[in-house]
Design a protein around this ligand. Sequence first.
Ligand code: GLC
Length: 631
Amino acid sequence: MKRVSPCIVITMICSIVFTFSCVSSKKNLTSVPAEAKYRNASLPVEERVNDLMSYMTLDEKVAQMAQAVVYVASPADAKSYGLGSILVGGGDHPGSGLKAKDWLNFYNEYQKAAMQTRLGIPILFGVDAVHGNAKIEGATVFPHNIGLGATNDAALVEKIGRITAIESRAAGLHWNFAPCVAVARDERWGRTYESFSESPDIVSALGIAYVHGLENGNRAAQNSMAACVKHYFADGGAEWGSGPHGIDRGNSTLSDEDVRKIHLAPYVAALKEKPASVMISFSGIGGEEMHGNKKWIDVLKQELKFNGIIISDWAGHKELKGENLFAQSINAGMDMIMIPEEYPDFVVDVPQNVKDGIITKERIDEAVRRILRVKFEMGLFEKALADESQLNTVGCDEHMDVAREAVRKSLVLLKNENTALPLLKTEKVAIVGTKAKDMGVLCGGWTLYWGGYSEYEPLVAQLEQNSRRVKSSGLAVKGKNILEAFTATAGASVLYSDDGSAIDGAKKAIVVIGEVPYAEFFGDLKDLSVSKADVDKIKKLKAQGISVIAVIVSGRPMIISEIEADCDAIVAAWLPGSMAGPGIADVLYGDYDFSGKLSFTWPKDMAQLPINVGDGKEGLYPFGYGLRYKQ
Ligand code: GLC
């Protein structure tokens, strides 16, 4: 028998010992005991996190940091890649339809697949339910944040967050990419309507309220929804001309002191509610993109002690320059990456970055710890699947009543002369303009589809498909438009005209003007003037000696210099949602008084922008302005 040299024997013994020690210290990587600690709900969350992580391979940890979009990642992918999260992009929905039950089955399919992975880690399923869950057909669609800012009613906003959570969880959807706590400082920004106000104080107060409404102080409750405060930060402070489309995704040049005072304040406030997550902004500060901005993300983690998930915005890592963009974002502090398409690359590149020392194991572990913590706190390991027991809450009368109250309180009376308002139910009134009967226009962006839709008017070309999809599939937002509600209130006293013609007998006309839906950069505009078509309607009515009441349905203050003098009354209605009609009728017929106050300064003309409270400029109507019937 050939002698084997002693050194080979020693090497063989060492490698056996080393292999055994690796395996035993990492426990058995092929099977996990049913009684593994992380599956024991009676143990503290941190203990469960530690135990689960002790079973995880590097690949499994990295996969937890990946969020993929449903139009690329199937439930089978969720399982085979062990994805940590799935999101529904603005334009996505279940193949079977958009009803709550469609969403519930869709969610459960992904979750069941995820639970079949080696460690059975449930996924987080993210959705933009930013004004109610307007992704669900029949859900209660609330006024967008700009209207809620005009109410400045924290208790109401909390109720809206609560109802949004109840209706979303009824359909299984448990992670909301909301609230947006942007402090929009220049109304040329297409996301102004997602902002409560130009005032950090109002944004702070309503942001806290909304987070509490969503999470209800108990993330594990079956009707709680994980919040995602966004977009960190100073997205509302970008300057015109600094973004690829004007302002969105641009850059703020504010000093650290001012950027903290105006744009960090809402996070300082909202984080007191310990939200599950924070989403990073596409914008930059001082020329440094937020998605690579370790300085300010460290403020979030260290100074503000945020221990939830920090998630990127949609492919936000691509805002960065150079190579290893995933690694740049993760090293800046991102815990989860909204990839959302190239997850096959992510699960290869990032482990390689770790092996090459570009990302440390400690950074990966810190990110995964934050992700697992939220999943345990949400009780997903105990009950991940949704049931049909709450489907009847979606769009229920009680919720719609809250939406109607929100519309009433969001309306701002800017002008009221010659006893134009309130209306008498007996006097003949004309409703003028298709916006009065267009639920797409009355709801605005992020409704059914990203960017919303319109029943009668063209959107920007890239969003036009939404309107086609809504029309061809017979989708509808539950609620009542202005024409329906006024007719229901005053019957034969109400006439309708597209353009102000053929309204014989009417002494007053309610002209619904404003904007068609848009989202994000599609709404970046250098001119916010009322359209010529809308101006023409008002001029036509004025020429007939009709008393004109303009109702402005828009995502922001508009330049109304061409119509202001011709209107006896002007009402800012913002983007009122499902109960646009009833809420507006309640107030215009005097059953309720106006209470809304401008949460944005209303500019005289475009030359004034940006214009904000305290900057010394005098707008057409100041921040906090709003008339009442009974002063
Ligand atoms: C979008 C938005 C963000 C949204 C995310 C997921 O680009 O910036 O607000 O939550 O993508 O839809």
